[in-house]
Write a protein that binds this ligand. Structure first.
Ligand code: NAD
Ligand code: UFG
Length: 336
């Protein structure tokens, strides 16, 4: 029988792509989500792509009683923990909410997992824990210095998981530090559906090309980068989803806790992303230069060698495919 995998936040952007990938790899995904930043309308699309029923429990990851019921009702073999709040700017305004959902939610999950004897966990962390790295590409042993409340909540959970695993028994935990996930499922039927004006570059380019917003403000033209605009490691969400499955399989043969970068290993500037997106959609993106955004850094890209050496993962898709798939999703409506 297929292993059942619980995906918290499985209705969200990244979780939904993981759910489809799990089903395609022969697993039986189960979703727990409170729809704080997603819509139940994603579920039939997930089931269509997955080719199987995907049970979804509407519930809060902070609710230990609800989690106990999930572990009672389903024979969960492992958990992929994507549920959380992720807006850097908002995290400074609502620190209590961010610590509560991200930190207390992870504690509640670990408690319920321990009780149920489910000890395999893949955790969604972020490259934001590095802040502006001194050396690039950034490897997992680089110093951490998150510069937002959001980033600090991720680091607190990472530290907790690194303390939890050695206390046993049999914890198997992969902490995955995502760089910049972008793009959509190649079917164009699931993707990123932010409410209001998107904060992130690729979803904003989608909405500008789609006519919803007039122009892009490029935050800074005087960064110490080749063209003066910010450089990031954009990772196709399908590659990211595959990385979770590879990490989970690795945990089946490796107890303990380990941290992995998931990134491509090369950076692109804002101007390079805009040019790639224009090629993908065949439209011009109106843009203007604006002051730097508070909390931004100049440049970050991953050293993804550890994930490759440990579980054979490597990003297979490039920036053009990120832009083409994001645009296909947008052209089909871009929302649920
Ligand atoms: P998302 O907001 O689309 O998905 C998160 C999901 O969690 C949503 O469906 C939301 O409804 C759900 N959720 C929120 N609070 C919950 C709660 N208390 N109980 C149950 N469900 C809850 O975000 P995403 O981009 O898919 O991110 C998934 C994870 O990856 C997050 O933990 C995020 O911090 C992390 N991450 C994302 C990025 C990125 O750029 N998207 C980068 C690095 C790390
Ligand atoms: N940018 C603009 N204009 C915009 C939006 C973004 O110029 O309207 C620029 C940014 O300044 C940056 C680049 O585009 O140089 C990428 O910005 P994003 O907001 O898409 O991504 P960030 O790297 O700032 O942040 C992302 C996630 C965070 C996570 C971080 C980890 O949104 O949650 O990666 O590195 F913490």
């Amino acid at each position: 029988m297929a292993d059942t995998i619980l995906v918290t936040g499985g209705a969200g952007y990244i979780g939904s792509h993981i759910v489809v990938e799990l089903a395609q790899a022969g697993y039986a995904p189960v979703v727990l989500d409170n729809f704080a930043n997603s819509s139940p309308a994603v579920l039939p699309r997930l089931e269509a792509l997955a080719g199987r029923r995907v049970p979804c429990i509407e519930g809060d990851v902070r609710d230990v009683a609800a989690l106990r019921r999930v572990f009672h009702d389903h024979a969960i073999a492992a958990v992929i923990h994507c549920a959380g709040l992720k807006a850097v700017g908002e995290s400074g305004e609502r620190p209590l909410a961010y610590y509560d959902v991200n930190v207390a939610g992870s504690l509640a999950l670990a408690e319920a997992m321990g009780e149920a004897g489910v000890t395999t966990l893949v955790f969604s962390s972020s490259a934001t824990v590095y802040g502006q790295p001194e050396r690039l590409p950034v490897a997992e042993d680089a110093p951490v210095a998150p510069n937002s409340v959001y980033g600090r909540t991720k680091l607190v959970v990472e530290d907790f998981l690194r303390d939890l695993a050695p206390a046993g028994p049999n914890w198997r935990i992969a902490i995955l530090r995502y760089f910049n996930p972008a793009g959509a499922h190649p079917s164009g039927t699931i993707g990123e559906a932010p409410l209001g004006r998107p904060n992130n570059l690729v979803p904003l380019l989608c909405r500008i090309a789609g006519g919803e917003f007039a122009e892009l403000s490029i935050f800074g033209r005087d960064w110490p980068t080749p063209d003066g605009t910010g450089v990031r490691d954009y990772l196709h969400v399908q590659d990211l989803a595959e990385g979770h499955i590879a990490a989970m399989k690795y945990l089946a043969r490796t107890p303990g806790v380990a941290t992995f970068n998931l990134g491509v290993g090369r950076g692109f500037s804002v101007l390079e992303v805009v040019a790639a997106f224009e090629r993908a959609c065949g439209r011009t993106i109106p843009r203007q230069f604006a002051p730097r955004r508070a909390g931004d850094i100049a440049c970050v890209y991953a050293d993804p060698a550890r994930a490759n050496a440990s579980f054979g993962w490597r990003a297979a898709r490039g920036l053009d495919s990120i832009c083409a798939d994001a645009w296909r999703w947008q052209a089909g409506g871009g929302k649920y």
